[in-house]
Ligand binder design. Structure first.
Ligand SMILES: [Zn+2]
Length: 305
């Protein structure tokens, strides 16, 4: 397979985008530059999708996932179109968000690394600056929060007000509720809302910490894991998979009779965030980090290619 065909396949580009005939390999610089082109047009206006004439082009570059050990750059002359309604607009690019200097798959890898390491460590592994790594973290949180608000808004628009004012109720233990709160909550719980299904899984998992026998705990976890990964709730699937990775450690806790580990998880993660950052310069950054690590947000860039 020739290099152009290889990159066409692995980048998964769709019409009108295609890999041009010049994939440049810079051996001393350990770098591959893949030039991508959109053809002559006309192109759809990014707002109304009406075909519009090209206005001008601007050369842009994005950092992509490495090709073996080589830093890989995608480069393209991105057209701007002149729409009769919306004026001059830049064509939407399927592999990166507007204004981003990295591709969506690179951003996803960065988010995974930032979840596991301090910003400095992740930046070093990704060969980007501290400020770039922090920017990815901040944008990921903004995206996750926007998605959460959108879900709430959609529910509200469809006349769904059941969730309004229940934010803290979901975090409460049932024993702490008044009889009235309890009744209202039972109704919510039985609903088909995503948050209700997630809450149920969280509540069911609470039982795990009461096990004292290893075998029984393992059996319980296997059943819970199946339910969580079949819940059609991406964040719950992610949590379940993460717990499974650490299952050996978690079971050790049970063996030593430390039963409130579940409640301690969020606290210890916050402490870990604090330690990793060795003191945040401002409260906003600290809040961003907590939302990033403990907010249960969907942080990934949208997958459009
Ligand atoms: Zn338009």
């Amino acid at each position: 397979m020739r290099d152009i065909e290889l990159y066409r396949a692995i980048l998964g580009l769709q019409e009108p985008w295609m890999v041009m005939n010049n994939v440049e390999l810079d051996m001393p610089g350990q770098q591959v530059v893949v030039t991508v082109d959109s053809g002559p047009g006309p192109f759809p206006c990014p707002i109304c999708q009406t075909p519009a004439l090209g206005y001008d082009r601007k050369l842009r570059r994005w950092r992509h996932l490495d090709t073996c050990q080589f830093t890989t750059i995608i480069q393209a002359e991105v057209p701007r179109v002149q729409c009769s309604t919306h004026g001059v607009k830049q064509l939407a690019i399927p592999w990166a968000k507007p204004g981003s200097r990295v591709t969506a798959p690179f951003e996803q890898l960065a988010i995974d690394l930032l979840r596991e390491c301090a910003v400095k460590g992740a930046a070093k592994m990704l060969r980007i600056s501290w400020a770039e790594a922090w920017g990815i973290k901040r944008r990921a949180v903004a995206r996750g929060l926007a998605r959460r608000r959108a879900e709430h808004r959609t529910l509200k628009q469809s006349g769904e007000t059941r969730l309004t004012g229940t934010k803290y109720r979901w975090l409460m233990r049932q024993q702490e509720m008044t009889a009235e709160q309890h009744d209202a909550f039972r109704t919510l719980q039985r609903s088909d809302l995503k948050v209700a299904r997630a809450w149920l899984l969280k509540e069911q998992f609470r039982q795990f910490w009461d096990y004292t026998y290893l075998g029984a705990a393992q059996k319980f976890f296997a059943r819970w894991f199946w339910r969580a990964t079949h819940s059609r709730l991406k964040p719950m699937t992610a949590v379940a998979k993460r717990l499974k990775c650490h299952l050996a450690n978690v079971l050790t806790y049970l063996n030593h009779g430390i039963t409130n580990a579940g409640l301690e998880t969020v606290n210890s993660t916050i402490q870990w965030v604090k330690k990793m950052a060795r003191g945040y310069r401002n409260v906003e950054n600290f809040k961003t980090a907590i939302s990033f690590h403990c907010g249960g947000l969907n942080l990934y860039p949208p997958q459009s290619w």
